[in-house]
Design a protein around this ligand. Structure first.
Ligand code: FAD
Ligand code: SIN
Length: 529
């Protein structure tokens, strides 16, 4: 058969090569051809930037039940307990598998060295110094590298999913693959038996974020446009301690620093978090982030400070060597002086509605890792549970994919470029990017109100209209694709927030400060809107 150059066929298409995508690729490659995409490099992912570690029960002083309870408490009544038990129950096995494939976690006297983070009642975080994500990513990447069945396409940006409800295709709706922009500006049509979204989070929707550039919510926007429902998007976790510095605005100062004794102080050196919670610096993130936000506004200052000096210098230089050296490059020595910090958007608890296997509303489409919402995190994620979720989901997803009957290959529409005219200026794209991020930061941040959400919605609607008018007329580029996704993500976050008339976990509204007796998920469906 003569296949046109722009059409590629594969058994399994995996969009995203963080922890979730890498593990899924390794599991599937013995059973068929895999295409693994990312839109930058393997290093440009949240996975690669993860510092603190991965949570799992790895010591006799800890128990599965205690990890389950800590997760449920952090989730503020909204976790799906069956999902929590399923994912937490695989922690020990997944961490052992990572060790077996060469992720060099720290050890002390021959045992795994475990740290403690906010909300955990025991030391249960396995880590590789303060660069755990890199250690996990390198081990997973090394494992798949020799595999001949895996075609790795870097700098390839998925544009949209192809579904059988495309005009002229008929039949029940299922996912048939995706359109993908290659680095040369050509749109490829990738036809796949099964498609897996592993596209990570959406921190770029905010001005201050710990996330890498890739985190523009592409997977969620693509799934929504293909007809999938989304869940609990109002729950954005703000990490309390991101560096406040012109040149290092997205750098994270790991929670493990507080776990080892670092203190939060104001410019006078006063520890203020105990005014908000008796657990002080080790209270869950939402409480610590809100305390910092409140003090910044009350005192009319730009930031608070993390004082690392209570931790022994040798420990800082060993355990936190990555953070320490990056700060030194910026002229900050955390062993000598407190470091300026602000809360920044860090993790998206909601996402594409999926079960533990990653099954979505659409046949042939799975969503795994941060882009998915399984109910594990509820209204707030317990620190270091997300890498665990990525890996357990990828494992379960691959098992489910392999149970599916082979799909007969049918007709698939190629990308249609008729009607496209060259673009004359790009200023509109930049302006819209900036407006979305400022609107979300000012009106849909740590503290929300009905009025702020209404204002945000009005502005975002206008931006959406402008993008819609521009999008189909001009050639696709990565920043235009991301802008379209970012605008949709922002609108879905606002709509989700508007539906929650209470304060719970990460969603705090001045109009509804109480928590309802009954917890319910916020589910948005494209057909309803
Ligand atoms: P990611 O690792 O974010 O990967 C997403 C992939 O999708 C990338 O390869 C990207 O290029 C690709 N992609 C996105 N859109 C497209 C598209 N349109 N086309 C093609 N490819 C696309 N969690 C913990 O449990 N412990 C920690 O210590 C921890 N520390 C963190 C520190 C930082 C700074 C950050 C940002 C997060 C941290 N987290 C931590 C959260 C955790 O790292 C993430 O939730 C997790 O790594 C997400 O993995 P993922 O595989 O779902 O997505
Ligand atoms: C951190 O190291 O503080 C991040 C941990 C996480 O997000 O789980």
């Amino acid at each position: 058969m003569n296949i046109p150059a722009k059409l590629i066929k594969t058994d399994f298409l995996i969009i995203g090569s963080g922890a979730a995508g890498l593990l899924a690729a390794g599991r599937l490659a013995d059973h068929g051809s895999v295409i693994l995409l990312n839109k930058g490099t393997f290093q440009d992912s949240s996975t690669w930037n993860a510092q603190g570690g991965i949570a799992g029960v790895c010591s006799d002083n800890d128990s599965f039940e205690s990890h389950v309870q800590d997760t449920l408490i952090a989730g503020a009544g909204l976790c799906h307990e069956d999902v929590v038990r399923a994912i937490v129950g695989h922690g020990t096995r997944i961490i052992q598998e990572l060790i077996d494939i060469g992720a060099g976690f720290d050890r002390l006297h021959g045992e795994l060295h475990l740290t403690r983070e906010g909300g955990h009642s025991s030391r249960r975080i396995a880590h590789a110094k303060d660069a755990t994500g890199r250690a996990i990513g390198e081990a997973l990447l090394a494992q798949i590298t020799p595999h001949r069945n895996i075609r790795r396409l870097e700098q390839h940006t998925a544009i949209d999913l192809i579904t059988s409800q495309h005009p002229g295709l008929g039949g029940s709706n299922r996912c048939l693959g995706a359109y993908v922009l290659n680095p040369g500006g050509v749109v490829l049509t990738i036809a796949a038996g099964q498609t897996i979204l592993a596209t990570g989070g959406a921190g770029k929707v905010y001005l201050y974020t710990s996330n890498p550039h890739a985190a523009s919510g592409d997977g969620i926007a693509m799934a929504w446009r293909a007809g999938c429902s989304v869940m609990n998007l109002e729950f954005i976790q703000f990490h309390p301690t991101c560096l406040f510095h012109r040149q290092g605005s997205n750098m994270l100062l790991s929670e493990a620093l507080r776990g080892e004794g670092a203190q939060l102080v104001d410019r006078h050196g006063r520890r203020f978090v105990f005014d908000y919670d008796k657990r002080g610096e080790l209270a869950p993130r939402d409480i610590v982030a809100r305390a910092i936000d409140h003090e910044i506004k009350k005192q009319g200052v730009d930031c608070m400070y993390l004082d690392v000096r209570p931790i022994k210098r040798e420990k800082v230089e060993d355990h936190f060597r990555n953070i320490h050296s990056r700060l030194l490059e910026l002229g900050l020595d955390m062993t000598r002086e407190p470091v300026p910090v602000v809360p920044a958007a860090h993790y998206l608890c909601g996402g594409i509605r999926a079960d533990v296997h990653g099954r979505t509303d659409l046949d042939g489409l799975y969503a795994i890792g941060e882009t998915a919402a399984t109910g594990l995190h509820g209204a707030n994620r317990l620190a270091s549970n997300s890498l665990l979720e990525c890996l357990v989901m990828a494992d379960c997803c691959a098992a489910d994919v392999l149970q599916q009957p082979e799909q007969p290959s049918g007709p698939i529409p190629l990308w249609d470029e008729s009607g496209i005219v060259p673009e004359t200026e790009r200023i509109q794209i930049k302006q819209n990017w900036d407006e979305i991020r400022a609107t979300m930061s000012h009106y849909v941040g740590i503290v929300r109100s009905d009025e702020r959400l209404r204002r945000a919605r009005r502005r975002l609607r206008l931006i959406q209209d402008e993008i819609a008018a521009y999008y189909w007329k001009h050639p696709v580029t990565q920043d235009l694709l991301e802008l379209r996704n970012l605008a949709l993500m922002a609108e879905l976050i606002v709509q989700s927030a508007q539906q929650r008339h209470e304060s719970r976990g990460l969603h705090y509204s001045t109009d509804y400060p109480q928590t309802d007796d009954q917890a319910r998920d916020t589910i948005l469906k494209p057909v309803d809107l």
